[in-house]
Design a protein around this ligand. Structure first.
Ligand code: DGJ
Length: 719
């Protein structure tokens, strides 16, 4: 009876709805939604901002139904009645019915937030669609919230954050494939009818093979400064799926979602299921402007300490690996002091006694300091660093455990492990059962104890070296479909507690390099490690890829000995485009090289506001030339830095001048070459000269050469 009443009231309320127009708008973009006469919600427009909003038709081409039924671009389509293409929502109701159909109920618009409520007409299921706009940055974030009042749980098998529609004759997708030491490699293809997905099912080290970013060129392939491009990503540190489906009428649907694979989610009554955010921009001046939209938005609104400064550091991983003791680390700390970086970062290998962490096969999970390596404990090292005027950073990998550990011996039920199969170990380790609140408590307490005992620790390198390989949670029992989602939520609970309790601690995200890289994680963590590959040649491609969506501020870039056939200057110039750090045997450098490094650290400290907070302009792509160049302009436009690299130029290649971007045409800029080796001076004919912004942007300067692995840094100051 109650059920029948509910259906009646839903029908009555939707019958009163007629053509409600909803405008979601930024400085340059309009996303328009409207209700149809029978109360369904459709997208009518996504594009350049309109001068005035006319009555746009909700009935858009799609499908091939000539029955006179409604056909449009439904904003949150669901399975089981009239949707013939991708779904945003698929529910199994507690009576076993697999259909859902949503009707507009109401909406609110306050400041920059729009919330639209939809309701099913046959089941007590409600969906709230959230949209938040960032007008000046031209970014829109959107997510959904699903709730039901059925007596027993329902099962969600698809639960998208949102769906967007585009209509053109051609669409081109740029994606970002990854692998260990080969992250964010860009490739572009034309989308053809049917479906293409970008996704990950790895659970923890989730972006190891595919970064969660997409660029869709509308009409033409995405290019740096021209054309319309939709750029989007998902803020979710777990399995994701971004799908691109072109229907029979040539309409492209883009659905951003948690990956539903192995994730049929059991949802209890009256418990909202909040999806991750889809974050997107539409640029009408190519991906360069789209990237700047993301950079400006993320620094201001998304990243932890996005407007704050960052710490330079010396890490010991590349120089010592697991093989160190207190004396060796004391030397490294003194080296950090000599280098005048802000912090020493102690990497893997400092813990475990019964199962010492002398390699990656043992000790993970036992977060007590290894007394034979470090007899004075962490405190001893922290004290040395503090005396040297340095902050202290520490490597941890708290979501994981080696079977050879005291933690595993004590709590074998705390790991994800199949009850009836032999485990598959990735890097000899297992993943903790983070949906279990007792495990969350343990992980939080582990970190809290370290930070409370050593209040000088200002930084954590939070590593995560394994994907989820044995997807069974002892805690979840019969609700295994909840594992991948509840794991991520467990991780967020821990990060939230750490950030509340220790707000001044910065966290670097790391997952064997760039295996974890999304904007939700970055709301808790200040930066990420893009790759273990620090060969400067490879890094140029990796940094170019990540820079499409991520500002320099969050990209850690360390100078190491990978590819030591590249000069120290070349390696340094590459790392200077990110958050600068060192990870090499500094003590073994020549006095000249040491002096160069010290000067580079000082230069970078001064330039930090230009590189990390300024506007980035990609000038020359390594994908289409044998060179690479980027310039950054300070937020007040008085300073700029140009980084230019010759990668593999050909003998007597025709070299083009590099044209700056983002300068003020009428202003004059004095150009000097910087970051030179000690006792050398610039040979560039324009060093010390003054040019107009117009000249620099139209004529440019001859900074590229045909020397392999050669680099130039130019500093521009407005007169
Ligand atoms: C993987 C990281 O990417 C490295 O930088 C290093 O921290 C190792 N883990 C330590 O095991």
């Amino acid at each position: 009876m109650k059920h029948t009443l509910y259906i009646l009231s839903a029908i009555i309320s939707v019958a009163t709805v007629y053509a409600t127009d909803i405008r979601i708008t930024t400085d340059d973009i309009d996303l328009l939604l409207t209700t149809s006469p029978n109360g369904r919600l459709y997208q009518t427009y996504l594009g350049k901002k309109l001068l005035t909003v006319e009555n746009l038709p909700w009935q858009q081409s799609t499908g091939s139904d000539n029955s006179g039924g409604e056909k449009g671009w439904e904003v949150y389509p669901s399975r089981g009645t009239d949707n013939l293409f991708d779904d945003a929502l698929v529910i199994e109701h507690n009576d076993g019915n697999l259909s859902t159909r949503l009707y507009y109920q109401s909406h609110t618009q306050r400041d920059s937030e729009t919330i639209i409520t939809l309701k099913d007409d046959a089941y007590p299921v409600e969906v709230k669609l959230h949209y938040v706009t960032y007008p000046h940055e031209n970014i829109i974030t959107c997510w959904s919230e699903i709730i039901h009042h059925e007596k027993k749980p329902i099962y969600l098998s698809t639960y998208a954050s949102n769906m967007l529609y585009l209509k053109d004759n051609h669409y081109y997708l740029t994606q970002f494939n990854s692998d260990w030491a080969k992250e964010a490699q860009m490739s572009t293809q034309e989308l053809l009818p049917g479906k293409k997905t970008i996704s990950s099912k790895l659970g923890t080290r989730v972006t190891m093979y595919e970064e969660p970013f997409f660029e869709v060129g509308i009409g033409t392939p995405p290019s740096e400064d021209e054309g319309t491009v939709l750029m989007g990503t998902i803020g979710w540190t777990g399995n994701f799926q971004e799908s691109f489906e072109i229907d029979n009428a040539g309409v492209l649907r883009i659905t951003t979602s948690i990956n539903p694979c192995n994730s049929r989610y059991t949802l209890q009554s009256n418990t909202p299921f909040v999806t991750p955010q889809c974050i997107f921009t539409l640029s009408f001046e190519g991906v360069g402007q789209g990237s700047r939209n993301f950079h400006n938005w993320s620094r201001r609104y998304a990243v932890k300490e996005g407007m704050g400064s960052r710490l330079t550091l010396l890490n010991n991983w590349e120089s010592t690996g697991f093989d160190f003791d207190q004396q060796r680390l004391t030397e490294v700390i003194h080296e950090a002091k000599d280098l005048d970086v802000d912090m020493f970062l102690l990497d893997d290998g400092w813990f475990g006694n019964k199962y010492p962490r002398n390699n990656d096969g043992a000790g993970l999970g036992d977060w007590d300091v290894n007394r034979s390596k470090l007899p004075d404990g962490l405190q001893g090292l922290v004290q040395t660093a503090t005396t040297d005027g340095l902050r202290f950073g520490l490597w941890v990998e708290p979501e994981m455990v080696n079977p050879k550990s005291e933690l595993y011996t004590k709590h074998p039920d705390w790991v994800l492990q199949q009850p009836n199969r032999t485990p598959y170990y990735y890097r000899h380790q297992l993943v903790l059962d983070l949906p279990n609140p007792a495990v969350q408590e343990y992980v939080y307490n582990t970190i809290a104890t370290i930070l409370t005992t050593n209040p000088q620790i200002r930084y954590l390198k939070w590593d995560c070296n394994s994907p989820i390989t044995n997807n069974y949670s002892p805690y979840l029992g019969k609700r295994q479909g909840n594992l991948y989602v509840d794991y991520v939520r467990g991780l967020y609970t821990i990060w939230d507690r750490i950030n509340t309790q220790f707000p001044d601690v910065y966290i670097m995200l790391c997952a064997g390099g760039g295996g974890r890289c999304d904007y939700k994680a970055l709301s808790s963590c200040t930066e990420f490690w893009p790759s273990d590959n620090t060969d400067p040649l490879d890094r140029l491609y990796i940094q170019w890829g990540f820079s499409q969506f991520m500002p320099s501020k969050v990209m850690c870039a360390h100078i190491t000995s990978w590819n030591s056939s590249a000069s120290l200057k070349f390696r340094t110039d590459v790392a200077m485009m990110g958050k600068l750090g060192y990870d090499l045997n500094y003590g073994s450098l020549s006095p000249t090289d040491k002096q160069f490094c010290q000067q580079a650290v000082q230069n970078w400290k001064v330039w930090q506001p230009i590189v990390l907070d300024g506007q980035q302009y990609r000038l020359v792509s390594p994908y289409t030339s044998n060179h690479m160049a980027v310039n950054y302009v300070s937020s007040d436009s008085t300073q700029a830095l140009l980084f230019a690299y010759d990668l593999f130029p050909r003998f007597r290649e025709n070299i083009q001048s590099v044209k700056f971007k983002g300068l003020i045409p009428t202003a004059s800029y004095r150009v000097t070459e910087e970051n030179l080796m000690p006792n050398t001076s610039s040979q560039l004919p324009f060093h010390g000269k003054t040019f107009s912004g117009d000249y620099l942007m139209k004529v440019g300067l001859d900074v590229c050469t045909d020397n392999r692995m050669h680099s130039t840094v130019l500093y521009l100051r407005r007169d």
